[in-house]
Design a protein around this ligand. Sequence first.
Ligand code: OXD
Length: 309
Amino acid sequence: MALLFISENDDPSVWKAELAKAIPELEVRVWPECGDADDIEYALAWNPPPGLLASFPNLRFIQALGMGIDPFLTDPKLPKSVPLARLVDPDMVRQMSEFVVHAVLRFHRQSTLYADHQKKRLWRQEAIPDTSGATVGIMGLGMLGADAAAKLEAIGFRVRGWSLRPHEMQNIENFHGRGGFEDFISGVQFLVCLLPLNESTADIINKDTLALLPQGAYVINAARGGHVVEDDLLGAINSGHIAGAALDVFRTEPLPADHPFWPHPNIHVTPHIAALTNPITAARLVAENIQRAAAGQPPDNLVDIRRGY
Ligand code: OXD
């Protein structure tokens, strides 16, 4: 059995070494050196070139190297009968919650203001913001959203969540569906996007939704650039309606050097690092899924291609 490793972002040598510990007999080939296409039974992939996966007639399982699977769904030739699994590594969930909690606290505790005061050598104590009166709204209550919600709630924020389907969580006010969106977003001071990107969530942060947020709200996007209409967000920040944004993902990545987000004083840009796949923790989960597929069992975190997550 051979596995094809397809990624321009991840280091194949670390993956090879980690997978060999778990399945020594697994032959790992690294795209574009595929060898005989008939040998490829498994693919471990991120952003595969469209059509590539369809060229392996004996492919029986595709394991994504990340949590989002939108790069697969945009491949018109994706072999839909081959099971596709997302990578859900608790270590990545932890990383994502750290990013979100840090972004919320950075705005909440006025870090930019104090950095500015420091530049001026100004010693001035501002009023401490009221945490229990501040509402964080999390869009997307899957593993990532649920973990971030619980951690923010533990710090003392009021937390509410919105998802396409109903989710029940203790101490988190839940909203769902298009019908629940307006009630969800009105009154949210920190809007966090952790949604999957698909037809129903693309461009969800746009001028109409931003207008529903109260004056002075913040936007945090660690999901996909395609969730945000960038000009609308920029306009809302420049008009002062939105106080700032922490953005880890963009419509074009890497973010072009002349993009207006780079120099903006109220926008924190990070280069898609909120949660990075760590082969040391993830290879064991990938190996388990390959063993499941080899035994004819469904993999963990199987994607419903029709629903898009
Ligand atoms: C992912 C990502 O989906 O890194 O895992 O964006």
